[in-house]
Design a protein around this ligand. Structure first.
Ligand SMILES: Nc1ncnc2c1ncn2[C@@H]1O[C@H](COP(=O)(O)OP(=O)(O)OP(=O)(O)O)[C@@H](O)[C@H]1O
Ligand SMILES: *[C@@H]1O[C@H](CO)[C@@H](O)[C@H](O)[C@H]1NC(C)=O
Length: 319
């Protein structure tokens, strides 16, 4: 506190108000049936949650970042705080509660890569207005705020509204999406960034091509977003702006053999926030191309945060 009051700590350029989840992953030869106990051949714990993932990617590119989130007063929560600190993220507004456990995802993956997943959002759902009030200064002084939907939607909306009132760019990733998303999310979003299946849920349209994604993007623009980006995996993404005619398809780098695409969307969103904060004068299309490139690097190694590249591993012309 004293340090920031004395102006010794520069403000975070990218602030994430979002989720942290501990992934508990078991690898098995097949998925168990009801009531069955089977032996797996490998177990590991990973750091996940869309909020933290996106923050980690932005930080690894060199962004000064701060996360506003809630974990349990348990060992997973304490380990998560250490993980974010190791990534250079300010955890001053990372709260620990006794009222719920740290968000957890229990994941079973078979040899074919099929999985079953149970998510308990836990402490993530307890992040509230009081917490946002404590973090109000860093939110209002950021360049970019990122929110998703793994915390209570009311808290996300309030954070975006606080940021918007202070002229902070709002980057909203409506994940996981629900068909009944509060319409205020559209008007508060400077950039509304979702994947194919989320765009389908939100618009009711079927997206089978970049052209169809463009149509869905235009629907979302009509709801009040300034810029819509729909990511399409190996097909790159589609970008629609309220100020420019027609959707644009922006292909990504070809990856011959993707290793693990988990977290590609989070890598993309985190990288985009980095460019919005540090290269605000780049054309949006160029920011998207660079963020896509970074996400395409992340699909070439395994894990979620473990696959996110650092600035030092990337071509200099991205910076
Ligand atoms: N196979 C791939 N080859 C090249 N780039 C990819 C590939 N998959 C994803 N990407 C890059 O990552 C971006 C985001 O990917 P995608 O649309 O799959 O997000 P997502 O569905 O949210 O990801 P996730 O798998 O984490 O749910 C894409 O726009 C693209 O730039
Ligand atoms: C889009 O993201 C959601 C998480 O919000 C995920 O469950 C889904 O598989 C993703 N869709 C695609 C096409 O990757």
């Amino acid at each position: 506190m004293a340090a920031s009051a004395a102006g010794l700590q520069p403000d975070a350029a990218v602030v994430v108000v979002g989720s942290c989840m501990t992934d508990l992953v078991s690898l098995t030869s097949r998925l168990p049936k009801t009531g069955e106990t089977i032996h797996g051949h490998k177990f590991f714990i990973g750091f996940g949650g869309k909020g933290a993932n996106q923050c980690v990617q932005a930080a690894r590119l060199g962004a000064k970042t701060s996360i506003v989130c809630k974990v349990g007063k348990d060992s997973f929560g304490s380990d998560y705080i250490e993980n974010l600190k190791r990534n250079g993220i300010s955890t001053e507004f990372m709260f620990q509660t006794k009222e719920a456990s740290t968000g957890a995802a229990s994941i079973i993956v078979n040899n074919e890569g099929q999985n079953i997943i149970v998510i308990v959002a836990g402490a993530n759902l307890l992040l509230n207005s009081d917490d946002l009030r404590k973090a109000a200064d860093i939110i209002s002084r950021a360049k970019v705020i990122i929110c998703q939907l793994e915390i209570s939607p009311a808290t996300s909306l309030e954070a975006l509204t606080m940021a918007h009132k202070s002229g902070v760019k709002t980057l909203f990733n409506p994940a996981p999406a629900t068909a009944d998303l509060d319409a205020q999310f559209y008007t508060i979003s400077d950039i509304f960034c979702c994947n194919e299946s989320e765009a389908e849920i939100l618009t009711g349209l079927t997206i089978s091509s970049p052209a169809a994604a463009g149509k869905a993007g235009s629907v979302l623009i009509e709801r009040g977003c300034k810029i819509v980006i729909i990511t399409l995996g190996a097909e790159g993404c589609v970008f629609v702006s309220a100020e420019e005619p027609g959707p644009k398809h922006i292909p990504t780098q070809k990856v011959i053999k993707p290793v693990d695409t988990t977290g590609a969307g989070d890598s993309f969103v985190g990288a985009l926030a980095f460019y919005l904060a540090y290269y605000p004068n780049l054309p949006m299309e160029e920011m998207i191309k660079r963020a896509s490139f970074i996400a395409s690097v992340s699909v070439q190694s395994s894990g979620t945060q473990t696959s996110f590249p650092y600035k030092k591993d990337l071509p200099l012309n991205l910076f």
